[in-house]
Design a protein around this ligand. Structure first.
Ligand code: EPZ
Length: 421
């Protein structure tokens, strides 16, 4: 049996220095899908080198698009899209491949893929996506674990979501830009990644209004042409590194990071006693040398609320702050899987359903952990930087899905972190 490679972190070192933040995974994935809609060449700059982005590029190639990466630039040529089916193997590689549905329906009038199923943090239903496509005239068959969609020509519709959904909002945008007539999305997600997608599509010739608000209007056009576009900075990676700076009571400068996209993360970190400033829309400075204390309560919510993806790394920070923090995770039903691993380090955390009560301790001690999902793994790395002694984190493949070289980034700011077994 191959010995598992693990992240090995010796805690207790103060983080001090500068990290350039990667391009946003949760923007790059819908952008890569959107390129299917555009005739000609698209170049995405600042596209993060992540396993999920690699999977999306393999899907693009399987659909007959040209797709090649040169460093942080991904070039896509979707002049011809010869396929409309995503293989079971590729769907299993990345459940968020569901985001290709809208683009395939919009470009080819059909798509076939296997049900994405749930993942580590929840059941991840796609009913909002399918209901919206039906409203736009698509015929959808679900059988034998597959979804088959077809629509001679999608037509604009008035779509209302019961709750904001990032993926469903993005999928409808992708289906609507080449549809006949106008589509309105009500109770749309307002995340910054939605605006990034709208900006790219608009530059390709789409007519979109209201992105970033709860109501988005899309007027279908005949054709879209590719363009060159730079992926926005990853606000969750930025939040994670800020938590790493704070948990070690250090100071960190993030470049290629936009503080305006961090939403409630900033006031929450200020509540702990951190000083945090944004410079010129592309840098964020945090200083945690003062005495910190636990924030009282964190309730995750759709943007501009506190982002669910930042809940795990923030929880790791709160586990080391004097006081008690109440977390309420309102988005996903199984997003406390990191708690049992953090308690192995000595954290005092009790959960009951969607609620987690974190009682800060002044000491954590290294242990052997296993990542269980992407952001849970990031929480373990964060906590390990504080823990006395050595922590070994296995199943780092989860972490690599969303963090580009977390080892190199943290090492560059003073962490004692390496890969080994
Ligand atoms: C996106 O997932 C992100 N992923 C997630 O990031 C993020 O946590 C989530 O948005 C919320 O911000 C990508 O962008 C690739 P949703 P998505 O649809 O689109 C329910 C990470 O760690 N829902 O906004 O799948 C759903 O169950 C990942 O980077 C339905 O009920 O999330 C959830 O409770 C994790 N039916 C809520 O909506 C649907 O058809 C919000 O989910 C769709 C969603």
């Amino acid at each position: 049996m191959s010995v598992q490679r693990r992240l090995i972190i010796k805690g207790g070192r103060r983080i001090e220095g500068e990290i350039a933040v990667q391009g946003a995974k949760n923007s790059a994935l819908p952008l890569l899908a959107a390129a299917v809609l555009c005739k000609g060449q698209t170049e995405f700059h600042n596209c993060p080198e992540l396993s999920d982005c690699g999977a999306a590029c393999r899907i693009l190639s399987s659909l007959g698009c040209g797709c090649r990466r040169e460093g942080k630039v991904v070039c896509i040529n979707a002049s011809t899209v010869s396929g409309s089916a995503i293989s079971e193997r590729l769907m299993r590689e990345m459940r968020s491949s569901i985001i290709f549905m809208g683009a395939l329906l919009g470009r080819t009038g059909q798509c076939r893929l296997s049900f994405p199923g749930g993942c580590e943090i929840g059941s991840r239903p796609i009913d909002f996506h399918l209901e919206a496509f039906r409203q736009m005239g698509a015929k959808i068959r679900e059988e034998h674990g597959c979804i088959e969609c077809s629509a001679a020509k999608l037509r604009g519709a008035k779509i209302s979501f019961p709750i904001p959904s990032v993926g469903a909002t993005e999928n409808v945008m992708l289906a609507a830009v080449l549809a006949e007539g106008t589509t309105e999305i009500h109770n749309a997600a307002r995340e910054p990644e939605i605006c990034d997608l709208a900006n790219y599509l608009t530059r390709c010739g789409a007519k979109i209004g209201g992105a970033g608000t709860g109501t988005i209007t899309i007027e279908g056009v005949k054709e879209l042409n590719g363009c060159s576009y730079t992926v926005m900075p990853d606000r969750i990676a930025a939040a994670t590194y800020l938590c790493c700076g704070a948990i070690t009571r250090g100071e960190i400068l993030l470049t290629k990071a936009d503080i305006s996209s961090l939403g409630l993360i900033v006031p929450v970190l200020e509540q702990t006693g951190c000083s945090i400033y944004g410079f010129g829309g592309d840098s964020i400075y945090l200083n945690a040398r003062k005495t910190l204390k636990a924030p009282q309560s964190i309730r995750t919510a759709p943007y501009p609320g506190f982002p669910t993806d930042a809940q795990p790394p923030l929880m790791a920070l709160c586990a080391t702050l004097p006081g008690t923090t109440i977390f309420v995770e309102t988005i996903f039903e199984n997003r406390y899987r990191h708690v049992s691993e953090l308690t192995r380090l000595g954290a005092k955390i009790n959960t009951e359903g969607r609620v987690a009560v974190v009682e800060g301790v002044n000491r954590l001690t290294g242990a052997e952990l296993e990542a269980c999902d992407l952001r849970g793994g990031a929480a373990m790395v964060t906590a390990a930087l504080f823990a006395e002694g050595t922590t070994k984190i296995g199943k780092t493949c989860y972490i690599e899905r969303g963090y580009e070289d977390i080892e190199g980034s943290l090492k560059s700011v003073g962490a004692d972190i390496r890969t080994g077994n």
